[in-house]
Every structure is written in C-alpha cells, then in structure tokens.
Design a protein. Structure first.
Length: 729
C-alpha cells in the first residue's frame, strides 16, 4: 500500500498510538495554565536535554544537510553547523531565561518595559516567525516521505513522464564541464535550471500527508500540553538519533558491493577513490565559495544573538526545575544535534556516489536513499525511518505550538478577555495552539523552498534583539528606546521591502536594482579520482559526436586517468545583490526582480561602493552586520535622549534576575525573590560593576567550568567533522 510493506504500516501505526497515549495520560495531570504551558516547571537534566534536542531538530535538519552535501560536498555541512560556535553562549543565557520566571517571552517585555502593547506586538510577530519555522519541518518531511514511496515509471502520468525526461536532460547538461558546452547547450541549461523539473513522483498526496501529521500533533499536544510534548520528545529523540545512524551502514555496504575490489577495502576508502577531491573540501569549496571565514564568523554571531530572543527558547528553559537543569539540558541537547549533523553529512557524501544522475531534486535524496537501501529488506526499517522523520517534525511542532499558544494567551487573549477561570484559559490556549499548527500546515502547502524560509526566519528576530539584550544588561534602556528599535527595524528591514515594490512596481524592472554579482570563474587543481575520469571520458565522447557533425566550439578535452593532476573550472552563478531572490523574465519578456529588497545594500551602493564587483559573501556579511547593529544603536541613542525608566516594577525585575532559581519548588523560589526585594543592596554583590548601569553578573565556578567545557566540545565537534570527512583519504 502506497509503496510500503505491511510491517512498515504497523510500525507507523504503533508509534502514533504510543504518542497519543502519552497525550491522554498527561492531560489528566493538568490543573493550571502553568501545568499546560510549562509542565509545572519540574523537569530535570535528562528530560531537558531531549526537549532541547527535540525542539532544535526538525525534519528539515537531516534533509537539509543531506541536500547541501549531495550538491556541494562536505562544505554543505556548514548549512546546519554554523550554530556550533555560538552553543557555549547558551550555557550563560539559559539561566537568565529560567531566572525570568515568566510564562512567555512576551511577559519579559511587559515586566521589563512596563508595556502590555509591546508584549502583544512580540506575541503576534513571534507567532508568525514560529509558524514559518514549523512549516519548514512540514515541507522537509513531505519531500522525504514522498521519495520513500516513489512511483515506478509505468505508473507516471503523461505530465510526470514529460517532466521526468526534462530532469534527465538537465542532469546530463549539469554533469558536463561548462567550458565544453556550446552556446545552444548553455542556453538550454539556463532554461532547465529555471524550470527545476522533478525526477521523483510519489503515490502519496503531499497535502494529505501534511494534514495527517498535523492532526496527530494536535491530539497529543492539545490534550497533554508541555508535559506530553517533553515526554514524547524523549521517545522521539531516540528516533531522531536512529534516523541519523540507520542509513549509513547500509549505504557503506552498498558502496562496497558496487565499487569494492577487495574484502579489506573500506567504503570510506572507496569514497575517496571515486568522488572528486573537491567534495572533501570543508572550507572554501568552489561550489560553496560564499562560506568564507568572515561570513561564517558573522553568521554565527547573528544567529547566537537572535536565537536567544526566539519565544521557544524561553519555554524550553523555563520548564526546568532549576538553573543547572536548564543550562545543562539546553547545551547538551544542542551539542547532540551538532554531532547528528555530521552524521547527516556523511550520508550525503555516500549518496553522491550512489545516486548522482538518479536524483535531480536534491531535497529528495534522503527519501530516495531510504527507499533504495531499506525498502528491499522488508523488515519494517522503512517504517522506522518514516516514524523517525515524523518524530523529528513532531518534537519541534509540539514545542512551537505550546510556545505560540502561551504567547497569544498571555499577551493577547487574557488582556482582552480578563478574569476567567483556569480551565477557560487552558482551553483557550489549546484552541490558539491548534490554530497555529493549522496555519503552519497551510504555509507548508504553499511553498517549496526550505532554504528561503529558513534564512528569513534566521534573521527575523533581529527585530527584538536590541530590546532583549540591552533590556537585560543595561538599566538605562527604556520603553521609548525599545519601541523605536522594534518598530523602526520592523519597518525598514521587513515591511517597506515587501510593501514598496507593490506601491512602485517599476522598482522590480529598474536596471540599477537588477545588478548581479560578477564572480570570476574559479580554477582549482585536483588529483583525478574515479568520477573525474568517468566525467572526462563522457566529455570526450560528446566532443567526438559534435566534431563529426561539425558543431564543436572548443578543443578536444585531454584524456585523464586516475592519479593525474588536472585543472577544473567552476562557473559560479551570478546572484542578485539587492533582492532576496534572483530575477526572472516575466510574460512580457522583461527581466523582473523577485522577493523583497535590501535597503541597506541599496544605500551602500548609492554611497559609491560597487557591490557588483565584490564577492557575494562580502555583500551578505555587510548586510548582516548592518541589520544587527542598527537596532542596538537606535535603542541606545533614543534611550539616552529620553528619561530613564526607574519605576518600582523595573527595579524589581532586575532584583529578580539577580536571584538564582535553586530548584526547591515554586513556593521557596517565590520567597527567595521576596527576600531579595527586601534586601536590595545585598543583590548588588551579584554584579561585576555594581556602581554602573550595567547588569553584568559575576561568574561562579559553575559558569566558568561549564563555559570552557562547552568551548572544548566545540573543538571536539570540529575534530569529528574533519575526521569523518578525511578518514579513508
């Protein structure tokens, strides 16, 4: 049925029953909003670790890394490993989030700045961002499960067969050296790249799949709240780890079967013998030349600063019973994802050798590998993989659903509908969370690109970065400065770039705004491997065919054998400078910009900088720096020009933040805060600069040891990456 065996269906059905059962069991323990939204703040290190791992690892993780590695080699792993450099920061920030003692991140803006409206704005904008994030997981899961259940050619519709043939033609042109193509072939290659034809079609309707998974998450999360979500994260965490490992030994076995020449030859040796040398370049790979050291550095800083401001980060940390459980669980779960990321990349490299030429849409490679490597065994492993992929999505979706339901309940609904019973608010929260999941499912059915959505969300929370960080660390930051940074950043970088092209459509056809980067061809010298020789022989055969008909436009390629040194030219694509997407030709034959524009880069160009002659990585780095610094500078200037915010509520907020959460229960913790408020001067001993307006806390032994151990683990992750990529070479 649907390309699956009966045992696979049993595995999937059993998994669904288990997590629904957890939801029903947890629902009987819910007595209050805090029970529903934060699980009673009672979770220890183990649960917190898997909660952090689960909410950080959605279905887009393995699919995205395998995709970029399949297309670009080992350097593609950086698409998900950039955050490794900012992970030690979470050891410091996680206790802050637990120490806030709020239900939602929106509550922080209300307490710190004394503004319910600011909390409501955060709740609405944050919910939109989270909806985009969960839609990415839906989309990734869709593509994978569709590839696991592929149609055979005899079942193709006429349209599917036509598209399949276009995909084969595109793959044939892509495999050739660009310099060996004639002008007609180059034009055809450009045309087919824009069409993006599919080569894999499924028996399963992708829209039905989204709604089925949405329904399952609704049942156990709406009933059981965060407790159900966190306990299922434990179960789903094991499935995600299984997902990360299960395909690799089967892929290596098949590589040895197809390409091995002796029993002692390992799959890793074969990979290095067969794949081009460029596929094992971790830094500066020609196909990902934009991943420069400065781009990686700035992207890591931006991600580290903005991730902490996301609403789901507070929920994950606030559910811990104490600060140590929060910080240990969050950092340990994050590092678990980093190591799994490397495993996803290892599979991507194996897939290059096994499936080059067979899979046109690289988003489908994980599902295709599952079908090819596990399907013939008929022992339920395909069902385990589908279950694991759904688990990766569900663990994230459930946490995000409860995050958003808490945001909208506390910061939008309750101010409008006050003085209702606890049960009323619990049910209101369930309805709001259900609406969020349905909205995410609708978004997922409207978009195809995973990377586009991810990149937008990644930078989206820079809107609140200054108000969050300076609100915590600088007492001089006030309500006026926070409003200025939030509203102006939102308007300048997000609203105007989307609205202006509709008000002034001529912007999209303005030649000055359609400029693209002008990258020079990249030449690299490599030692020929098996795949290089195969490609060169194919190029020579094509040249001979063209020569017979008198259609050759270049010299005959030199013969190549394994071990020879040769020069390969990479023709890097031109990229739009001022728009989020590359332009296309409209129905009138006019080149037209797509997406939203980047006002900061337009301004820099107007000041005399010729961005078209700069590397795309440099333009993107400059853009990220401006987008990050702008709200901070604006908040500082406006706060200094207006009156300080020294009211009682603000003062008590900072005293609360200086009071550690010891983990002896809510009553003891409440008494600790009240004692600190009564002895305000004593709390200044917690500060590094007590006579300034900065809230910089002194580090204790736990802070120092944990932070430097985290830095050490970063180096272990990087060493593991190098070992995984270079081993066998």
């Amino acid at each position: 049925m649907y390309g699956l065996n009966f045992i696979d269906l049993i595995v999937i059905f059993t998994y669904f029953l288990a997590i629904i059962g957890i939801g029903i069991w947890s629902s009987r323990r819910i007595k209050s909003q805090e029970d529903y939204l934060l699980g009673g703040r009672k979770f220890g290190k183990l649960i917190q670790t898997f909660a952090s791992f689960g909410q950080a690892t959605s279905a887009d993780g393995p699919v995205g890394v395998a995709t970029t590695t399949f297309k670009n080699g080992a350097a593609g792993i950086w698409s998900a490993l950039l955050m490794v450099f900012s992970t030690p920061l979470f050891w410091i920030t996680s206790p802050w989030l637990r120490r806030m003692r709020t239900t939602t991140m929106g509550d922080f803006y209300e307490e710190r700045y004394g503004s319910k409206k600011m909390a409501a704005v955060y709740a609405i904008i944050g919910s939109i961002g989270m909806m985009g994030l969960v839609s990415v997981g839906y989309t990734a899961m869709n593509k994978t499960i569709m590839a696991i259940t592929p149609k055979v050619e005899k079942d193709f519709t006429r349209q599917e067969r036509y598209e399949y043939n276009l995909a084969l033609e595109l793959n044939q042109l892509e495999s050739k050296d660009y310099n060996q193509l004639d002008s007609q072939q180059k034009e055809r290659l450009t045309e087919l790249r824009q069409l993006k034809p599919e080569s894999v079609f499924s028996y399963i309707n992708e829209y039905w799949l989204v709604w089925i998974v949405c329904l399952i998450v609704l049942i156990y999360s709406v009933l059981g709240g965060l407790e159900a979500a966190f306990y299922t994260d434990m179960l789903q965490g094991f499935f995600i780890i299984m997902l990360s490992i299960i395909l690799i030994p089967f892929a290596w076995w098949k590589i040895k079967l197809l390409y091995g020449t002796s029993e002692n030859e390992s799959a890793l040796n074969i990979l290095h013998d067969k794949l081009p040398e460029s596929f094992f370049e971790i830094f500066g790979a020609p196909t990902l030349i934009d991943f420069t050291w400065y781009f990686i550095l700035v992207a890591s800083v931006v991600a580290g600063i903005t991730v902490v401001t996301q609403p789901n980060q507070l929920v994950t940390n606030a559910a811990a019973k104490d600060e140590y459980s929060a910080r240990f669980g969050f950092v340990a779960g994050s590092f678990m994802k980093r190591f799994c990321t490397i495993l996803w990349g290892v599979l991507g490299l194996a897939a290059v050798l096994l499936y080059s030429g067979k899979v046109q849409n690289s988003d489908l490679v994980w599902g295709y590998a599952t079908h090819d490597l596990l399907g013939s065994l008929k022992i339920g492993l395909v069902g385990v993989m589908i279950t694991s992929m759904m688990a990766a999505l569900m663990s994230t979706a459930s946490t995000l659903m409860l995050t958003v339901s808490g945001l909208l309940l506390h910061n939008v609904y309750k101010p409008l509908v006050a003085e209702k019973s606890e049960q009323h608010y619990v049910w209101a929260s369930r309805i709001l969370g259900a609406s969020f999941l349905v909205g995410g499912a609708i978004v997922a059915t409207q978009f195809d690109s995973i990377l586009e959505i991810l990149k937008f969300i990644w930078e989206f929370f820079v809107i609140f970065a200054a108000a969050f960080w300076l609100g915590l660390k600088w007492r001089r930051a006030n309500r006026q400065g926070a409003w200025a940074s939030i509203l102006v950043t939102l308007a300048v970088f997000y609203l105007l770039p989307v609205i202006m092209p509709y008000i002034n459509p001529a912007m999209r056809t303005n030649k000055q705004l359609l400029l693209k980067t002008q990258p020079e061809p990249v030449e690299r010298v490599y030692v020929a491997r098996g795949m290089d020789v195969t490609e060169r022989n194919k190029e020579i055969g094509d040249w001979n065919t063209q020569n017979i008909s008198g259609a050759t436009v270049s010299n005959r390629p030199d013969s190549l054998k394994v071990g020879d040194k040769f020069t390969k030219t990479f023709n890097l694509p031109q990229k739009s400078i001022f728009w989020s997407k590359d332009p296309s030709i409209n129905e009138n034959g006019v080149m037209t910009a797509r997406g939203y524009f980047f006002p900061e880069l337009i301004l820099i160009q107007k000041l005399g900088f010729q961005l078209q002659y700069q590397p795309y990585a440099l333009n993107e780095t400059i853009r990220m720096i401006i987008r990050l610094l702008f709200p901070f500078l604006l908040l500082i200037v406006v706060s200094l020009l207006t009156k300080p915010q020294n009211d009682k509520q603000t003062l008590e907020f900072f005293i609360k933040m200086r009071t550690r959460v010891r983990g002896f229960g809510n009553e003891v913790d409440h008494q600790d805060v009240q004692n600190a408020i009564k002895n305000q001067e004593a709390t200044k001993g917690f500060l590094l600069f007590p006579n300034s307006s900065f809230e910089i806390y002194k580090w204790n032994r736990q802070d120092v040891v944990g932070f430097f151990i985290s830095i050490g683990i970063v180096f272990v992750v990087l060493a593991t990456l190098f070992l995984a990529v270079k081993m066998g070479g």
